[in-house]
Design a protein around this ligand. Structure first.
Ligand SMILES: NC(=O)c1ccc[n+]([C@@H]2O[C@H](COP(=O)([O-])OP(=O)(O)OC[C@H]3O[C@@H](n4cnc5c(N)ncnc54)[C@H](OP(=O)(O)O)[C@@H]3O)[C@@H](O)[C@H]2O)c1
Length: 252
């Protein structure tokens, strides 16, 4: 086992916060597995230039079974056990943005698959397939302030992210007494309001508080993905990672 072999799996790394986080993790000794539906050639080039191993996989994470199978296969193929293994559940969608009475299964179900069910099945695969490494393990779910307070029109997103929060707490409870070598530290982290494609979708939607999001953009109040990503990369290294199950990067 080498101290310079930290394995990171980052979902939704093709753009936005996930791409910036993968970029921030391009440090010597790290090894990245990144996944989204579309490729990220600039990230792959940056990894090659930095001499950091990065495996890119195109995978639709609205499919919980396929997502879990994919991650299991990735971890089973790891030949040198890493010094640590970290799963970052970042991939997510915001739509449908509709009143509760307008929710329809054809958009609600894929949303909940992407934002909740696949993160759960992938975590299950991660925990099962990484146990043989006997190394420290972390799960970081990118949550949202909307998991913790409702926003009109966002009921799918609020419910999915609240579910993800509770899932991280469930991991924490289940692994609290795990013996050495089996421990898992899990956090659901709200990242603040970030200038990504998701915010652009929000500003173009029709819901009660939309003007607040338009104003934040107009007043240049959005956090930059790079800045948040660097803060999250530092947060992952904190010795007390996992001590606050539901956290917000703006508190650090
Ligand atoms: N931006 C904000 O202000 C904000 C605030 C709070 C929380 N968040 C959370 O932060 C995370 C990142 O958001 P973002 O703002 O960076 O969003 P974004 O710019 O829309 O990027 C979303 C990422 O998720 C991936 N993704 C979406 N659906 C997928 C699917 N079915 N399969 C695989 N990958 C999928 C996308 O890749 P492909 O499209 O290539 O598949 C993309 O890489 C999300 O969990 C979001 O809820 C964001």
């Amino acid at each position: 086992m080498s101290a310079a072999n930290q394995l990171y799996i980052v979902t939704g790394a093709s753009r936005g916060l996930g791409a910036a986080l993968a970029q921030a993790l391009l440090a010597p000794g790290n090894r990245l597995v990144c996944v989204a539906r579309s490729p990220a050639p600039a990230l792959q080039q940056a990894a090659a230039a930095a001499g950091v191993a990065l495996d890119w996989h195109c995978q639709d994470l609205s499919q919980p079974e396929a997502g879990a199978r994919w991650l299991q296969a990735v971890l089973e193929a790891v030949d040198t056990p890493p010094a640590s293994a970290t799963l970052v559940l970042n991939a997510g969608v915001i739509e449908p943005i509709v009143p509760v009475a307008g929710l329809r299964a054809d958009t609600l179900v894929p949303h909940l698959m992407t934002n909740l069910a696949t993160p759960m099945t992938m975590t299950a695969a991660f925990l099962a397939a990484s146990e043989r490494f006997g190394c420290p393990r972390k799960v970081l779910a990118i949550s949202s302030g909307a998991a913790r307070r409702p926003i009109e029109g966002w009921s799918a997103y609020c419910a999915g992210k609240a579910g993800l929060d509770m899932f991280m707490r469930s991991i924490h409870a289940e692994y609290a007494q795990a013996p050495a070598g089996r421990e898992v530290r899990a956090v659901a982290l709200a990242p603040g309001v970030i200038d990504t494609g998701m915010q652009s979708t929000i500003r173009g939607a029709d819901f009660a508080q939309v003007q607040r999001f338009r104003d934040l953009k107009a007043q240049e109040q959005l956090a930059s993905p790079d800045d948040v990503a660097h803060r999250i990369a530092a947060y992952l290294q904190r010795p007390d990672f996992g001590s606050t199950e539901l956290d917000d990067i703006r508190n650090h």
